[in-house]
Write a protein that binds this ligand. Structure first.
Ligand code: ASP
Length: 352
């Protein structure tokens, strides 16, 4: 079998993951281990508010993580969902794959499994993510006892809100919903409160042309406790077929799940579409099947973003977003590059 250059494709936030994964591979590690350890760097980062430690919590203020891995040669995936108190969700998913016959462990069971293996039990809220959650709670309604920004007239209240200009995930981060507000949320009501989707996905092709994938997230911020998105669902948040390619998704998981998004991207590549066209084809499927008014903007387009990532068996990559302005990362050997995503809908300038 010919030796080839390793190729990875990831979400916009995947540069540190790709660099660490490259080091693991250079040190003789396998691609799946490399992806998990690479993603571990992002899970460990307290400033990254959509993944792992410091991720934004659920509506009760508890961080719940979802993650999955898929091994192309074995054609097997494994995942955890609603994992509390353990930051390394991707590594726990890898242990589910390695040590069990199961595909998905959730909630308390996932946590007990991780603790049994010696993963550290800790509070995943950072002062910054706790503050974001408290700000979100206070901004929800003026018909409860939490004092919201416009009500904060006293010195103490104003001082609390003065620090609320924390952007949370980078306002320019492609999969933060700062560009496209999530359904049902008026950003005007709480302009400084981060409300975010956000996830890391990395697909990798190793030197033997075998495919692997990994996704990790804290999911939708302020979600209802127990909500799992697409990320831990094999076929939705990630999928690989070792004969064809690998794919992943970030953005509004509820929409990705309705079309089995990552599986659909791989199937489209199998049917002969290029990686980029396969992503665009599936995004169109999502857009065409978005029927609820609350999810559609005044131009008839989905009011949320989804970004898809595709890596074909021959090393060709492609990525596309529902809306213009998003980026992804491609690593070939030691060269790591951020690239713009193709898109379905261009930005519209406001006209009156
Ligand atoms: N897809 C993730 C979820 O729905 C979030 C994201 O990628 O932004 O949980």
């Amino acid at each position: 079998m010919s030796q080839r250059t390793c190729v990875m494709i990831s979400s916009w936030n995947g540069v540190p993951a790709a660099l660490r994964a490259g080091e693991v591979i250079a040190g003789g590690g396998g691609m799946l281990e490399a992806l998990v350890r690479g993603i571990g760097v992002v899970e460990d980062d307290p400033e990254e508010m959509s993944v792992g430690y410091g991720g934004l919590p659920n509506e009760d203020g508890v961080v719940e993580l979802d993650a999955a891995v898929m091994d192309g040669p074995m054609h097997r995936g494994a995942a955890v969902a609603g994992l509390r108190g353990v930051r390394s969700a991707a590594a726990v998913a890898l242990e589910v794959l390695r040590r069990t016959d199961h595909s998905l462990l959730v909630g308390e069971g996932a946590r007990r499994f991780a603790l049994a293996l010696g993963f550290k039990d800790e509070d995943l809220l950072t002062p910054r993510s706790r503050k974001a959650w408290l700000d979100w709670k206070a901004s929800l309604s003026d018909r409860d006892a939490w004092i919201s920004p416009d009500q904060a007239t006293s010195g103490f209240g104003r001082a609390l809100w003065a620090g609320a200009a924390d952007p949370g995930t980078s306002p320019d981060s492609p999969d933060s919903p700062h560009a496209v507000p999530p359904p049902g949320q008026s950003r005007a009501a709480a302009p400084n409160v981060p409300f975010t989707f956000g996830t890391i996905h990395v697909s990798g092709l190793d030197a033997n042309s075998d495919l692997f994938a990994c996704t990790s997230t804290s999911g939708l911020s302020y979600k209802i406790a127990g909500r799992a998105g697409d990320s831990p669902i094999i076929g939705a948040g990630l999928y690989c077929d070792n004969a064809v390619g690998s794919a992943g998704a970030t953005g509004r998981g509820e929409s990705v799940m309705q079309v089995c998004g990552s599986h659909a991207v791989v199937a489209a590549m199998e049917a002969g579409r290029s990686p980029t066209d396969a992503c665009l084809f599936v995004l169109k499927k999502i857009a065409d099947r978005t029927r609820e008014k609350r999810l559609i903007d005044e131009h008839g387009r989905p009011n949320f973003n989804v970004t898809l990532y595709a890596l074909r068996k021959d090393g060709e990559t492609g990525s596309a977003s529902m809306h213009e302005g998003y980026e992804h990362v491609v690593a070939r050997g030691s060269a790591v590059e951020t690239r713009p995503c193709a898109f379905l809908f261009e930005k519209r300038t406001q006209r009156h």
